[in-house]
Design a protein around this ligand. Structure first.
Ligand code: ADP
Ligand code: MG
Length: 682
């Protein structure tokens, strides 16, 4: 067996398990090694039964004195009861609905248990602990720090731990591509050791050192790529776009509102860059609702007035359509040829339009733009650095001049990170920041609503809709699922239509609808033909419907605070007072941590502040979730790790300065290539 062996060759992996693992992107031993846990249960405190205390998590071991199944007729479930004895005392253990346990666990067996201790009528008991039979000294599931992985429903933590345990010795056969000098200088672990420690740490210190090394890896690759792009761009030429001052002023004056000072300043920085014959590389950062699109439109307008082509790439189909409609409307007077290009709808001859708006479809192979002079990526935190490189590579030859040119590049993000951090992580980009929201925006009133308040919230929504407004209802899932309690958009849509708002027009929007359906629903909501839009996280990015003033979020605890803040940013975009109602799931009401997190949302308006609070409250237990970092390439590194980010930037700069083509580091170069391929699109 080696790193390339398919997982199916491992013991206890049949076709079913294999298919499930494949769903997680795990096909080879190598994939498994690089599938990191997101959290650890701490069972490092193994204690005697006599010293157990109620309401703590603990690990005990002993011998089974008694084990039997019972039926609870009242609650229609089966209960397995056991008594476990060590030198000090006896402990009662209960499992629900696992009658098969009595087939594996027998009186006299030695077992190790890990779980929560609770008190019932003065007696301590462990309810549904994780168990493991003791055959030898080595326990995987119930002692020390036990890794937890993100899994699909049908796979268990035990299964994946068992698999990784079998292959972990191969960690040392991985090729460590990080240059030795860097490891020495920064005191970073070798790759093999880091992999062993991240999966099976002996203590917290081992988790931290492993994490540090693996996080550095991700940041370093990202920085290397960015530095390489910067270097390549240094010698490139771009088409200068002349600032059309009078026309720009006329357009701005025609708008129904005044630009904010920050919008003006950002637009000015961008338009000045465009006048140069060196390609612009700029990041426009501004919290949700700060009006970034308008700044972009000024750049598109100037480019089109110069008779040059521009492209705007966005992460979702819905957003592409919305931008297409609003930009077409705003620029209607100019008779530009504005085209839409997504996987589902491509306007005829779009590669020759003045302004092209689209999704990743814009950067597919063999696409030739006419004379692309400006490329803009909206919501760039959803894309990786590799996509940026691609968009710079399309349309490189100017058909008019036959010379090789690079488009000016602008990327937009609402990941509201502080300037110093932005400069470190986007070391190669210039930065424009919009710090203020347009004037006249009232803060969105945010409230946590429990089931008791549900019907009052519905009444409020009904009244607001009567006054002409509209509402979003966001659910964690599209379909019903076996995950208990989570609301699905489809269910919620059915309920609202039939029982709650039968008199209103309600739409349903989610990522699995066909493109034309999505388009229709979104257009109807924009036109206020639909008054309520039931949806999922697809509306997280960018959607702009100023007349929508109410946002209702179901199962709110399932989302991160930064994400909830993005949802909330969908309302409060017009002049009307907006409201956001946050509904925790029924069983979460008594979860103090959940309530504390959601409370933070009601008090803070600053996305970065919220992201920090989220991290603090979820604490060390939840180390990193998928997509929490805000960067698709970062699985383990955190945006909060400023020191590591800075170090990675410095080291990458040094290395590229000394050896721009990485000739001395063939392994690193190969790794960078692989990483670029894998940097996936969402
Ligand atoms: P984001 O920065 O989140 O992309 P948008 O560009 O979508 O924000 O703008 C949010 C809303 O604010 C839009 O409806 C837009 O028309 C409006 N808007 C933009 N600039 C201003 C302004 N200076 N004054 C008032 N409203 C504005
Ligand atoms: Mg936007």
């Amino acid at each position: 067996m080696d790193l390339h062996s398919p997982i199916i060759t491992l013991p206890r992996v049949g076709q079913t398990t294999y298919a499930l693992l494949k769903k997680l992107g795990l096909e080879t031993v190598h994939d498994l090694l690089f599938y990191f846990p997101f959290r650890y249960d701490d069972f490092s405190r193994s204690v005697s039964i006599a010293s157990l205390q109620a309401d703590t998590t603990a690990n005990v071991s002993g011998e089974i004195e008694l084990i039997q199944n019972k039926k609870s007729f009242k609650r229609r479930m089966s209960i397995t009861e056991a008594l476990i004895k060590d030198e000090t005392d006896t402990l009662k253990v209960i499992w629900f609905n696992q009658p098969f346990l009595t087939r594996t666990l027998k009186v006299g067996d030695k077992i190790s248990l890990a779980g929560r201790v609770s008190e019932n009528y003065g007696q301590l008991a462990m309810v549904s602990p994780v168990y493991e039979k003791i055959y030898s000294d080595e326990l995987v599931h119930t002692s020390g720090l036990v890794p937890n992985y993100h899994l699909t429903a049908a796979l268990t933590q035990k299964q994946i731990r068992f698999l990784i345990k079998q292959i972990i010795s191969l960690a040392d056969t991985t090729e460590d591509w990080l240059p030795t000098e860097i490891k020495k200088r920064l005191n970073l672990l070798d790759l093999g050791r880091a992999l062993r420690q991240i999966h099976f740490p002996k203590n917290h210190a081992e988790v931290l050192t492993a994490q540090r090394r693996l996080a550095f890896t991700e940041l370093f690759l990202r920085q290397l790529k960015a530095q390489m792009i910067k270097r390549q761009l240094r010698d490139r030429r771009a088409l200068p776009i002349k600032f059309q001052e009078a026309a720009t002023k006329k357009f701005v004056d025609s708008l129904p509102f005044k630009l904010t000072d920050d919008q003006r300043k950002a637009a000015w920085e961008i338009l000045k860059d465009l006048e140069k014959s060196a390609p612009m590389s700029r990041l426009l950062e501004g919290d949700v609702g700060s009006g970034k699109t308008l700044v972009v439109i000024l750049a598109l307008l100037n480019t089109a007035l110069n008779k040059r082509q521009s492209a705007l790439m966005v992460p979702t189909e819905i957003l592409a359509q919305q931008h297409f409609h609003s930009i077409s409307k705003l620029l209607a007077a100019y008779n530009f040829n504005i085209a839409l290009a997504t996987h589902h709808r491509k306007d005829k001859d779009w590669q020759n339009a003045d302004i092209v708006i689209g999704t990743q479809a814009l950067i597919q192979k063999n696409i030739k733009f006419k004379n692309l002079a400006l490329a803009v990526i909206d919501e760039q935190h959803r894309f990786g650095v590799a996509q940026r490189k691609k968009i710079l590579e399309v349309g490189l030859t100017d058909e008019t001049t036959k010379s090789s040119l690079t488009p000016h590049f602008l990327s937009l993000t609402a990941t509201p990170i502080p300037r110093s951090l932005a400069l470190a992580i986007y070391g190669d980009l210039d930065l424009s920041v919009i710090n203020q929201l347009p004037t006249g925006r009232q803060p969105i009133i945010t409230k946590i609503v429990t089931e008791a308040g549900r019907s009052a919230a519905y009444d409020f929504i009904r009244a607001q809709i009567k006054a002409g407004r509209q509402a979003f209802v966001v659910c964690p899932l599209i379909d019903e699922s076996d995950k208990l309690g989570a609301k699905s958009a489809k269910q919620e849509y059915a309920k609202l239509t039939a029982d709650i708002f039968p008199e209103l027009k309600i739409g349903l929007l989610h990522g699995r609808l066909k493109a034309p359906e999505k388009e229709k629903v979104m257009a109807d909501f924009l036109d206020n033909k639909l008054q309520v839009l039931v949806t999922t996280a697809v509306i997280e990015v960018g959607v702009d419907v100023p007349n929508a003033t109410m946002m209702l979020i179901e199962g709110a605890e399932r989302f991160g605070l930064a994400q909830l803040h993005q949802f909330r940013g969908r309302v409060g975009r017009g002049g009307h007072q907006s409201h956001c109602f946050v509904f925790p799931s029924r069983e979460e009401i008594s979860n103090l941590q959940t309530i504390e997190r959601l409370e933070a949302l009601t008090r803070h308006r600053d996305g970065w502040e919220l992201a920090k609070i989220d991290l603090k409250l979820r604490g060390a237990g939840e180390l990193y979730g998928t997509g929490q970092s805000g960067f698709p390439e970062l699985q383990i590194a955190s945006l909060f790790d400023y020191a590591n980010i800075k170090k990675a930037a410095e080291e990458a700069k040094l290395l590229i300065h000394d050896d721009p083509e990485l000739l001395k580091y063939p392994r690193l170069k190969q790794q960078l290539g692989k990483w670029e391929e894998n940097a996936h699109l969402e």
